[in-house]
Design a protein around this ligand. Structure first.
Ligand code: GLU
Length: 262
């Protein structure tokens, strides 16, 4: 099954806050450097790459030395505005070193649900490929309200992959993949290599919660895989510790958890 991943030419890669930051909340520059290099290299090889990156709120918090989750919505939105600038500055710098340009796309759900703005977003992304760019997508946290939010970037990445017609979504997380039970609590928990159908049994396995910086957890990853399944996107969940694993995923190797598409 994984053989068909090899043929993907449009790929969405989602990276979570915990992968982009050290445990103390500051940016893990070495990891972002490796990630940027892999993405630019894939672009050089002719792949069309979109990066969905979290981290805005986490980086904003770090700038303001705030240890806890923001309490109010304006606080969260202000931290996202601050952090997003730093994130894009860092991506721009590393991408430029590897000969690519970074471009920022901030989305809210209403953009995707409205046909004209959705088409605009798709056309922009396609034009950015031609401009030697890697579009870096995030939720537009500074204006998102309940009515128009995606809520988490796992969901956002799957929606983006579906809308642009990507074949593969790779989610980089702080865990090796989906386990049969919480591996931090149960030493017998085993990594599940492939999931053909997401049913209640699988959902029950995804009870893990998010780290303190991100929003997701396993439930949102499963939700992303379900959206991917619906839209003909293969989803692979891997550990983001070493972004070079992306090469192995795209080589069809048995790594992480692979969610088959419909
Ligand atoms: N959009 C949020 C940020 O950039 C992250 C949401 C998520 O982690 O799922 O901080």
């Amino acid at each position: 099954m994984r053989e068909r991943i090899k043929a993907s030419n449009e790929i969405v890669i989602k990276v979570g806050t915990s992968t982009l930051t050290h445990p103390n909340g500051s940016l893990d520059l070495q990891r972002i450097d490796v990630l940027s290099r892999v993405l630019c290299d894939l672009k050089n090889a002719g792949k069309r790459i979109v990066l969905v990156s979290s981290g805005a709120i986490g980086v904003g918090r770090n700038k303001m030395h705030i240890d806890t989750r923001p309490r109010t919505i304006p606080e969260k939105q202000a931290l996202a505005a601050m952090g997003q600038v730093t994130l894009m500055t860092v991506y721009s710098k590393f991408f430029a070193e590897y000969g690519c340009n970074a471009a920022q796309i901030l989305l809210t759900a209403d953009v995707i649900n409205h046909e004209e703005s959705r088409l605009n977003a798709i056309n922009t992304i396609h034009t950015l490929y031609d401009f030697n760019c890697i579009p870096v997508v995030n939720e537009n946290d500074t204006i998102a309200t309940k009515e128009i939010e995606f809520g988490d970037n796992d969901t956002l990445s799957a929606i983006v992959a579906g809308v642009i017609g990507a074949q593969t979504l790779i989610i980089l997380s702080d865990i090796d993949g989906l386990y049969s039970d919480d591996p931090h609590k149960n030493p017998d928990a085993r990594l599940i290599s492939q999931i053909d159908i997401i049913d209640d049994g699988i959902r029950a396995m995804c009870k893990g919660s998010a780290g303190s910086l991100g929003t997701g957890g396993m439930a949102t990853k499963l939700h992303a895989a379900e959206i991917g399944w619906e839209h003909g996107v293969e989803t692979v969940l891997i550990n983001g510790e070493d972004p070079k694993l992306i090469y192995r995923v795209l080589n069809g190797e048995d790594i992480g958890t692979y969610f088959k598409r419909k």
